[in-house]
Design a protein. Structure first.
Length: 268
């Protein structure tokens, strides 16, 4: 009967359902053996430990763990690509290799099960339908997402709202991004009646940013558009106008707080 070498044992181990870490470890052990043709006591002990951990008996016992059915049922309910789906996939592989879940992992698992219960899924379905059938809700989400992309908060959520086709924020996400005090100021600026209607004349205030004063200081301007862009600053008077300075070929953008009514224009 041919002698079973470490090369044979490591080859057999490599065919087991190893974790990514153990797979890399087995590969490094095999490379060491191929170079040295021997194993140090520590490496030999590691091979024996892995053989015990991934023995047919241990894997059969792991397959009989009731957690497998629980995790399989949960994997069918969670949306692919979500953090929850990734967690369920990770701990499922852990259980299938015969490793116990920690108390913290079990706690997280229970919370995921609550989030993806039949009742929770039904509630999400109603919310999704409500959001997709409401242009106003989608507009409000886009307005504040544009602001938050500028200031750097809610980065992933803001990006998904603006750039991922068909994306629906959760009800909690929607309320969080649209109902805070900064978002309310942005929405107030957008939905407020404009102080200066299209066609009216204004002048730029001395407090306007330098780039605006440089193009329109002491020059009457006509309002071309109100709400020309979504507000970029969470403050009063930040509705954005498109104005055209007299004598200029190009219009500029300016916030409401930086203009005032022109006293007199021409013969008016």
């Amino acid at each position: 009967m041919p002698r079973v070498t470490y090369a044979d044992r490591l080859s057999a181990l490599s065919k087991k359902p190893l974790s990514n870490y153990d797979k890399g470890f087995v590969e490094s052990l095999a490379q060491h053996y191929n170079r040295k043709r021997s194993m140090t006591p520590g490496r030999a002990a590691a091979v024996k430990r892995l053989e015990e951990q991934y023995s047919d008996e241990a894997l059969a016992q792991a397959a009989a763990n009731p957690l497998n059915e629980r995790l399989a049922a949960l994997a069918d309910r969670v949306d692919p690509g979500t953090w929850d789906a990734g967690f369920v996939e990770s701990v499922s592989a852990q259980v299938q290799r015969g490793r116990d879940l920690s108390p913290k992992q079990l706690e997280i698992l229970s919370k995921i099960e609550e989030r993806w219960s039949e009742e929770a899924i039904a509630t999400k379905s109603v919310w999704k339908s409500t959001y997709l059938s409401s242009p106003e809700m989608q507009e409000r989400a886009s307005i504040v997402a544009t602001y938050y992309q500028t200031v750097g908060y809610y980065g992933d959520l803001a990006h998904n709202i603006l750039h991922v086709e068909g994306f629906v924020p959760t009800e909690k996400q929607y309320k969080s991004i649209t109902s805070n005090k900064f978002a309310q100021k942005i929405l107030d600026a957008w939905y407020a009646e404009p102080k200066y209607p299209v066609g009216s004349y204004v002048v730029v205030r001395d407090t306007a940013p330098g780039i605006v004063r440089g193009k329109a200081k002491n020059v009457p301007c006509v309002i071309l558009r109100t709400n020309a862009m979504y507000p970029r600053c969470a403050a009063k008077g930040t509705k954005i106008y498109q104005i055209l300075p007299f004598g200029s070929p190009a219009a500029i953008m300016v916030e409401e707080r930086y203009v005032k009514k022109a006293r007199k224009v021409g013969g008016a």
